[in-house]
Design a protein around this ligand. Structure first.
Ligand SMILES: [Zn+2]
Length: 153
């Protein structure tokens, strides 16, 4: 059996965002982990691939730093929304490995409500994630947080 993996290139639009999936519930990222500036709240239609072969689009409030182009998504919140998205459609995949592979073009998100987008044509409307960053979080750290380091290749 061939082991399914996430597509390395999915969207056909130019890649966007340096992406952080924040696993720390106690950290809400109102400031940027890189430059320590205030982050903005931005609603972004995330494209999430769930193994073995499901794709969901989740329109979600994220934290965004315009200076660093960093988009931060809280893992617990995203997972709650994924459960809701798959509860009826494909309950078997709940709990499977997933990856936020990109973001949907906003006009495509609005159109999607009228005539549902076919998965086959979905890549036409998707910007892949440009870069994945890990969040370095030191609880009760006295002083500014260290900048996020890229994951090892
Ligand atoms: Zn920043």
């Amino acid at each position: 059996m061939v082991k399914k993996t996430f597509p390395s290139r999915f969207g056909k639009l130019p890649p966007l965002y340096r992406f952080i999936l924040n696993p720390h519930k106690e950290l809400r990222c109102s400031t940027c982990p890189d430059c320590a500036g205030k982050t903005l709240v931005r609603k972004v239609p995330l494209v999430v691939a769930v193994l073995p072969e499901q794709i969901a689009t989740i329109n979600k409030h994220c934290r965004y730093c315009p200076r660093c182009d960093i988009l931060i998504v809280h893992k617990d919140e995203l997972e709650r929304m994924l459960v809701i998205a798959f509860e009826k459609r494909a309950p078997k995949v709940i709990g499977n490995e997933y990856l936020v592979i990109g973001v949907l073009e906003p006009t495509a998100w609005r159109r999607r409500e009228k005539d549902s987008l076919l998965v086959a044509s979905l890549p036409e409307y998707v910007h892949d994630i440009k870069e994945y960053l890990e969040l370095e979080f030191i609880p009760a750290h006295w002083g500014p947080a260290s900048p996020a380091a890229p994951p090892p290749r």
